[in-house]
Ligand binder design. Structure first.
Ligand code: NAG
Ligand code: NAG
Length: 615
């Protein structure tokens, strides 16, 4: 399949070399992943979430993730009124947290700096800019300017003291590039079919969402769970799917009349301190009906994906949840299954084919089902272990998770990102991927910090997610991976949310989406024990020899391999949310046309007079 496009090009030229297929082999010597040392970064201490501390902080970071076979090379920097402006190269497969420290306070006014990068072996360049606009709201801004790669520009507000704005880049000169400034098509798996189709599910990387349906607070339970301490996501299941999530941590319970346990008032997502406790603290989120509708809307629009619904709880609670759980009878379970049967593209009667679990089945086994529309797979993992109560309905495509899949779900239960990150990394590094000792389960990395009730109420789960937790994934998490070591599910809170309370689709940011695409496309393709094929990002021997022109080969690759992952867009998204799809070519927010006296150049020279910006 994967070389059809290339063969079509060859066939249309006068002759067809016999070696067309033999080129499609992964060879250890072609590996581009770099083991070179990258400076360690810093995790945000959650104390920085204190608004006073946060507003006094002058330290920030810009993380660059390189999931391409090209070294990302720093060309030049200049900065004005910055105590620290440390940028550097990003080797292939690695991440670098670049450091910035302002000299002044928020009102200093005209602090600024730029870092200029190029991708080795290509004509692609990009610029990272930092600028203060003292008189405006959100005075400190970062601009990721990828217009030199045809990938647009995006202006971000610094999300907080000592945290980062992240940029993820994947692709190659052969394949084309994609970056995290905005999301690509919803069906990223289908777009990577030729790359991931013959990999078992345990060799995929997928974004996942923790307490996925807690995207709002619906107060069906009378308890003290509120948005700051009980809401885990900013966007609903439909937008989480579009933002790339394929593994949903769903906790579903039934709400029962406060005076009559026999009256079931509906199935709801819940986030409770302990669903089995006599007194449970928490609240409800989306209804099961909403969840089903949102999944169906997504799969109608984006066929070909594999979506796992890992469903926990499966108990009832009184409206005032102070009298213990109400265990589900067979009748309640059957009502629940009837709701699940509303999900389109379920996949009945899946079997492991003697492989020991669905995690060992190839992605195409699922993606090809329902006439290529893929699979939505409910995996039940709640409190149904009683005689006479059904635990699954395989004929409806509803499965007992413990029976059909080996899953290892690692939760660190740490409050600081600096404790959580090494714990998660050590866990996935204890498993080797591919070859004789190939790890056999599906590994979930819960990339989350767990604040106590006091801290989450004071600072909100959203702040914990978007400041200390998620930004750490892009430098510590990425540098803790290599072609042999990675988790399968990167489970996060507030997927796609980069700036506080900016939850509209156009305001989301695609770091996790792009990371997952890049890990499947670049990182895992360089593990020859996992992927016997040549990395789709590398030029073929025939391209190297000039038998096939690189441009023609790239066009052919684009036609067969994820062509729409790289729909052209060279617009600008401003920090205030305004988007220009066709900006004037000379519009670059934050660009310094004149370097003022006092500007420090990357080589240490300090300008004694103002000069026009030579770059
Ligand atoms: C957003 O910012 C841009 C650039 O500074 C500006 O042109 C635009 O008018 C602003 N839009 C709003 C709604 O404030
Ligand atoms: C630093 O770079 C500037 C601009 O390229 C150049 O004019 C200057 O001579 C360099 N200084 C040193 C010490 O190399």
């Amino acid at each position: 399949m994967r070389f059809l496009g290339l063969l079509a090009v060859l066939a249309s030229s006068a002759w067809l070399p016999a070696s067309g297929q033999t080129d499609d082999v992964c060879r250890a010597e072609d590996r581009t992943y770099s083991t070179k040392n990258v400076p360690a970064g810093s995790h945000q201490p959650f104390e920085q979430l204190n608004p006073l501390l946060g507003s006094l902080s002058t330290k920030f970071y810009i993380t660059v993730v390189n999931l391409t076979p090209h070294r990302i090379r720093l060309q030049n920097t200049h900065s004005y009124q910055m105590d620290t402006f440390e940028f550097g190269d990003v080797p292939q497969g690695r991440a670098r947290q670049n450091r910035i420290k302002y000299r002044g306070t928020w009102s200093t006014g005209d602090d600024a700096g730029e870092a200029y990068y190029a991708l080795d072996g290509t004509d692609k360049t990009f610029v990272l800019r930092v600028k203060t606009y003292a008189s405006e709201p959100d005075p400190r801004r970062v601009v990721l300017d990828l217009s030199g790669m045809g990938l647009g520009q995006r202006e971000y507000v610094f999300p907080g003291g000592e945290t980062a704005v992240s940029l993820v880049i994947t692709g190659s000169s052969r394949f084309g590039f994609q970056a995290s400034l905005r999301h690509g098509p919803g069906n990223w798996m289908r777009n990577l079919y030729d790359v991931i189709g013959d990999r078992p599910v345990r060799h995929l990387v997928m974004p996942g969402t923790h307490d996925a349906a807690m995207s709002k607070i619906t107060d069906k339970l009378t308890s003290i769970g509120s948005e700051p301490n009980t809401q885990n996501q900013g966007v609903n299941i439909y937008d989480q799917l579009r933002a790339g999530s394929r593994w949903f941590d769903l906790r579903i319970g039934s709400v029962h009349d406060n005076n009559d346990a026999a009256v079931n008032k509906g199935f709801w997502a819940m986030h409770l301190s302990d669903e089995m406790a006599t007194v449970a603290i928490g609240n409800t989120g989306e209804s099961l009906d909403e969840i089903v509708d949102e999944i169906n809307r997504f799969t109608d629009e984006n066929p070909g994906e594999v979506v796992f619904l890992a469903i926990r709880y499966l108990v009832g609670r009184y409206e005032r949840p102070d009298r213990g759980p109400i265990l589900w009878t067979a009748a309640v379970v059957n009502d629940f299954f009837a709701k699940l049967r509303g999900i389109k593209n379920r996949c009945p009667d899946l079997d492991d084919g003697g492989t020991g679990g669905l995690q060992n089945r190839e992605a195409s086994y699922f993606m090809d089902r329902n006439q290529g529309r893929g699979c939505v797979i409910p995996l039940l993992n709640g409190h149904l272990d009683r005689d006479g109560v059904p635990r699954e309905s395989p004929g409806d495509g509803i499965y007992d998770m413990g029976r059909v899949m080996a899953v290892s779900d690692h939760w660190s239960n740490k409050m600081q990102a600096s404790d959580m990150a090494p714990d998660q990394i050590a866990n996935w590094r204890s498993a080797t991927r591919g070859g004789g000792g190939d790890y056999g389960s599906l590994m979930i990395a819960q990339w989350l910090v767990t604040p106590d009730a006091l801290a989450s109420t004071a600072y909100s789960l959203q702040s914990f997610a978007i400041q200390p937790a998620n930004p750490s994934l892009y430098w510590a998490g990425v540098n803790g991976m290599d072609p042999e070591h990675w988790p399968n599910v990167l489970l996060v809170d507030y997927i796609g949310v980069q700036q506080q309370d900016r939850w509209a689709w156009d305001q989301l940011s695609a770091e996790l989406y792009t990371l997952a695409v890049g890990l499947n496309l670049y990182m895992i393709s360089e593990n020859c024990n996992v992927s016997p094929h040549r990395s789709p990002l590398l030029r073929s021997a025939q391209e190297e020899e000039g038998v096939v022109a690189a441009a023609a080969a790239a066009a052919a690759a684009a036609a067969t391999l994820g062509g729409s992952l790289r729909a052209p867009w060279n617009g600008i998204v401003f920090a205030n949310g305004t988007t220009l799809d066709n900006p004037p070519p000379d519009l670059h927010p934050g660009r310094m046309d004149v370097l003022p006296k006092g500007t420090r150049l990357g080589n240490g020279t300090v300008l004694e007079q103002s000069i026009p910006n030579p770059w």
